[in-house]
Structures are given as C-alpha cells and as structure tokens.
Design a protein around this ligand. Structure first.
Ligand code: MSP
Length: 588
C-alpha cells in the first residue's frame, strides 16, 4: 500500500494511526466465559457530551463526519448525498467563522470486501486502492472540502483500533465467548432469530433466510469469538438519550433508538475467526481472530482526531476535534452509530458525539438505490450532464432527513429550469440589467424607516431570511433552508415585475423609485447567493464576483439585509456576465 494513502487538507493533523470491528445484536445462544459484573471497572463518568478528561475544548474546531464508504462497489448518488450534506454544514460553520474538520474516507475490511475482491480476481488491497480512489475522485469532483480522507487500511488507523481494543479489554468490557446466530455479509451484522424470515427461491425451490430489517440474506454461523458487554450499557444509553433529546436527528429516529433500547441489549460479537475472515485487523494478542468490521470502521472517527492522543502536544490536542459535533449517517446505519458506537465510547470513557444526523434514502422506482438491485445513478454522469452545483443543490433541496426521495433526471432538470435559472438566474439578470442601470453602480440604499408599501413584503422576508436559514441549518434541514431562500427570491421577482422598472426608467421623475426597486433586486440576489454558498460553492462565487462583493464580505456577518457593499459602494460595479444558468440540452 502506498505510504501515505490519506489526505489531510487545511488543518493541522492530529495523528497518524489505527482500527476495530463491527457489531450485531447477538443471538440467543451465548456462553459467556469469565463473565462477572465485578470485572467491569466503574468508569469515571457514565458519558459526557462535553469533553473528555484529556481534551481542552476551548478552541475545539467543529468536527463533522461522513460515514466511511464500502469499497465493494463504485459510488452512486446516494453515497454522494451523505458527503454533500456533511460538506454543506462544514461550509456553513466556516462561513460563521469556525475552524472545521470534515472527515470522509473508505471502509475497507470485512467479509464483504474479501468476497468482492475474490469475485473479480483481485487482491483485497488492489480492490481497495482502486475503489477508494474512485470515491476520492468523486468527492474532489463534487467539491467536498474534506480535511481528512481516511482509509481503514492505513497504519495510523491500526494504531487507534489496537488502542481502543486494549483499553476495552483492560476495563473488562471484552471477553471471549461462544456465538451462534444469523450473519449477513452484506450488512456485516448478526441478527437474532426473531429478526429473520425464511424465504423460498421460486425458481429453484431452495430455502434461504433474510434479515427482516434489511431484506439481506443471512447464514447461520456458530463460532467462538470475542464479545463486547453491550448489555452493560443499556441504561447509560437510555439516560444519554433521555438527557439529550436532540442527540439524534430527526426526532423520529431518536424515538426509534429509544424504542430499541427499551427491549434491552445483548452483548455484541466483536471478532470473527480467521478461518472465516482474513481481511481485517488481527485481534491484539490473538492472531486467530480478526476484528469485527464495524468496530474497526467506527473507530475511524477517532483515528482522524489523532486518537489515542498520546504523543500529541496539548495545543494539538486542543484542536483535534473530539467529540464530533455532528455525525452524518444514512438511516440504514443508525443502529451502529447510535447504539454500538456510543457504547464503545462510554466503555472507553470517551465523550460521545454531540449529534447524530440520520438522513433518508434516495430511491429509484421507490426502491433504495443499491448495486445489488441495479438501480443506481452514477454521480459522475449526473454532474457532467447538469453541473456539479446543480446536483449538489438538487440533493440538498429534495433529499430530506425524514422521507425517502425518488431520484429523477427530469426533476433535476425541472429544479434547474424553475428555481436556478427561472428564479435565481432571472433575479440576477434583472439585478445586472444595463438597460435599467447603465452606470452599473450600486444604487443608494433606501431608508429602512420608510419602506415603500410595495416593498414591505419583500423587506420583511429579507429581514427574516437569515434567521430562518440559521434555524434550518441548526436543525440540519437543508431542505428548509433552500425553501426559505427560494421563497424570498420568488417574492423579489414578483415585486420586481409588479414595480415595472422598465417603465420607471423612461420617466426621470421616477428616478429615485427606480433606484430603490433596483436596490431591492440586487440586495435580494446578494443575500440569497450568500446563503446558498455552502450548497453551491462554485456558482455562488461567480455570482458574488459579478455583484462585485469582496471575498471578505461573504461570511455570515454579512448575511443581513443592508450589510452588502456599505463601505465603498461608490466604486463598485455590478456587471452583466455570461448567463449563469444557461439552457441545458437534455440528453433525452
Ligand atoms: N461502511 C459503512 C459505514 C461505516 S461508517 C463507520 C456503510 N457504507 S456504505 O457505502 O454502504 O454507505 C455509506 C453511506 O451511504 C451511508 O450513510 C448510507 O446510508 C449512504 N447511502 C447508501 N445508499 C444510499 C441511498 N440510496 N440513499 C442515500 N444514502 C445512501 O454503510
């Protein structure tokens, strides 16, 4: 493997290391060896969302993560969604002046990858290198401004995984046991019999079993492996969620996890025998076992911060980022992030993430996009056809947290035509019209104390907009943010039409009124564009350049009515450019 397979951009790196394994909810038959409650060392704090004992939180950067992506198949648009969502919040917090860490990367161990490599006749690491590069190329093409790209096959990750394992073992939370249960390679998870259904293949008449939760095929396995005392954390997890009612978004998912916990938790199998799984991190001190891929994968979020933080100076520790401020995940991997992950962290006496944001899925023909169904949308092709920012906008405007959304090229084209070209582009053209504003100067800012009755509704929307967007983003609802922005733009356009500036320009007596109408159009374009920056970084930069807005005037403090070009308005020129949203020729 290449010596340096990770990228670190813009922020000082906190570490180079590690890995751990994945979980299941173990089946009924568990012979616990050496189990005794007294083995569990009481932890210093049950959980903490504030700070770990070692880390100074005063200057902590905002730390946001995407899930790390499996390399058994190339990326599709659903994967890109997780990444754009995280990147949007990253950019939003940067706009507000925070230092931000955004990590993404690839999940490269486990049976799923081992089997995928065997199928195509490649060595595992060759497949990992190839597909991981494809994800990285996608994120670069989509302007995902990650600060760390982590791969679980990196040496730095192995160090982190070994450390957390040793720590959990020393604290008495890992023991050797016997495990029987249904295992799904596709989900890399064990399921109890109550969550498994028998099916019959209609063509061959053969019986097989599936996990009811995911529909993925499962096989009965019986093996000796290491177990994590997940059961010891049921009450602590309940308490964490009761005390932090916004820990998981949306609310429906928070309630769902609380429901899972009410049923109690069984201990979790956290290793697989090497005879079954070779492609993974060996269990420290026992080469006959390989770490469960979810325990390995989840630890990536710590690796990125430089965990175990041992050789780091205090000043580096202070900016390493842990705990994560927001962890973006698809709803299908909520159990791993909202139950197993916080339990591992509590067991290691580390702070749990401040927020877990679970998004819904993109479907095609109402079925979840997935390689096995064959209904995936290639994100490279989509971005080539419609442009990167159009796809980013579509994902953030139409893909919600609660409801699944059906991907459609027609809808992408429709959003482009109606909202981007028809509303934003139209308002920009109007704002930069040479016929209405031949001097191209910024019109004089009208008094806010004496708003013209025609401009009142727009004025109010402009005043309210930053607050609405701020609230939407605080709740991780990009769909609400775009709705508020485009609602204001629609009002600005309809006010412009209503005021008929093309008539005002012909009447010298209406000069002042024309200036006011133009000012509102330009200010609306500026404000909307400023607020759309996290979603459409490239297009908005071009528009702001066209409006002659300086680079240092694009931060959150300028996202307020009248905070535009106050200082040297006289010298600014608002120039028409090539159409920002030209007509797209559909391939169909
Ligand atoms: N490797 C695990 C995650 C480990 S994180 C410690 C995994 N990988 S994945 O490649 O299958 O999925 C990565 C992300 O893509 C998940 O958030 C998943 O929900 C998301 N998506 C995969 N298909 C999706 C859609 N069809 N729609 C939206 N997002 C989807 O799970």
């Amino acid at each position: 493997m290449a010596a340096s397979t990770f990228l670190l951009r813009r922020l000082p790196l906190c570490a180079q290391t590690g890995r751990l394994s994945r979980s299941n909810y173990p089946a009924s038959t568990i012979l616990q060896q050496g189990w005794s409650r007294t083995l569990i060392r009481p932890s210093a704090s049950l959980y903490s969302t504030q700070a770990t004992t070692e880390l100074d939180q005063t200057n902590k950067p905002y730390y946001i993560t995407t899930p790390i992506f499996y390399v058994n198949a190339v990326p599709h648009i659903g994967h890109l969604h997780s990444a754009v969502l995280a990147d949007t919040f990253k950019r939003f917090h940067e706009m507000k002046g925070r230092k931000v860490i955004l990590s993404t990367g690839t999940d490269e161990h486990g049976l799923k990858i081992q089997q995928a490599a065997a199928q195509v006749g490649m060595k595992e690491i060759e497949l990992c290198d190839k597909v991981s590069k494809r994800f990285q190329d996608l994120f670069d093409a989509a302007n995902i401004s990650y600060t760390t790209y982590i791969r679980t096959t990196e040496p730095r990750h192995a160090v982190a995984v070994k450390n957390i394992w040793d720590d959990l073992l020393a604290r008495g939370y890992i023991y050797k046991g016997h495990h029987e249960g249904w295992y799904s390679v596709s989900d890399e998870a064990f399921y109890p019999s109550t969550h498994v259904e028998e099916k019959i293949n209609e063509k061959t008449g053969e019986k097989y079993h599936i996990a009811t939760e995911t529909g993925k095929q499962v096989e009965w396995t019986t093996e000796e492996n290491y177990k994590f005392r997940l059961s010891a954390f049921t009450d602590k997890l309940i308490e964490w969620l009761d005390n932090n009612p916004e820990a998981i978004l949306p609310k429906s998912r928070h309630l769902e996890v609380q429901g899972w916990l009410k049923g109690g938790l069984s201990d979790l199998s956290v290793s697989r025998p090497r005879s079954r799984l070779t492609w993974g991190i060996p269990i420290p001190g026992d080469d006959s076992h390989v770490m469960y891929v979810w325990m390995d994968a989840l630890t990536n979020y710590l690796t990125v911060t430089g965990y175990p933080w041992k050789d780091m100076s205090d000043s580096l520790k202070a900016v390493c980022g842990w705990p994560a401020d927001a962890q973006i995940v698809g709803k299908d991997i909520l159990r791993f992030h909202a139950v197993y992950w916080p339990a591992f962290l509590m067991a290691a006496d580390l702070a749990v993430p401040k927020k877990i944001v679970a998004h819904a899925h993109w479907t095609q023909g109402k079925m979840k996009m997935s390689k096995s169904i064959g209904n995936v949308v290639d994100p490279f092709t989509a971005m080539q056809e419609f442009g990167t920012d159009t796809i980013r906008f579509y994902l953030m405007n139409d893909g919600g947290l609660v409801d699944d959304a059906d991907y459609s090229s027609e809808l992408v084209a429709g959003r482009y035509k109606k909202l981007l070209a028809g509303q934003l582009g139209n308002l920009l053209n109007r704002s930069t019209s040479v016929a209405l504003n031949p001097s191209a100067k910024v019109p004089k800012q009208p008094s806010a104390d004496n708003v013209h009755p025609d401009d009142k509704a727009l004025h109010e929307k402009l005043e309210a907009l930053p607050g609405l967007v701020d609230e939407a983003m605080a709740n991780y609802r990009t769909t609400h943010a775009t709705q508020a922005i485009f609602d204001m733009i629609a009002e600005a356009n309809s006010n412009f039409t209503h005021c008929e500036p093309w008539k005002l320009v012909k009447d010298p007596a209406s000069h002042d009124r024309l200036q006011t109408v133009l000012w509102y159009a330009i200010e609306s374009t500026r404000l909307a564009t400023l607020l759309l920056q996290p979603i459409m970084p490239t297009k908005t930069a071009e528009i702001l350049d066209q409006l002659d807005i300086r680079k240092d005037e694009r931060s959150w403090e300028y996202a307020r009515l009248g905070q535009g070009w106050a200082k040297d308005a006289e010298s600014r020129r608002i120039l028409p450019g090539t159409p920002m949203f030209p007509q797209v020729k559909s391939k169909k």
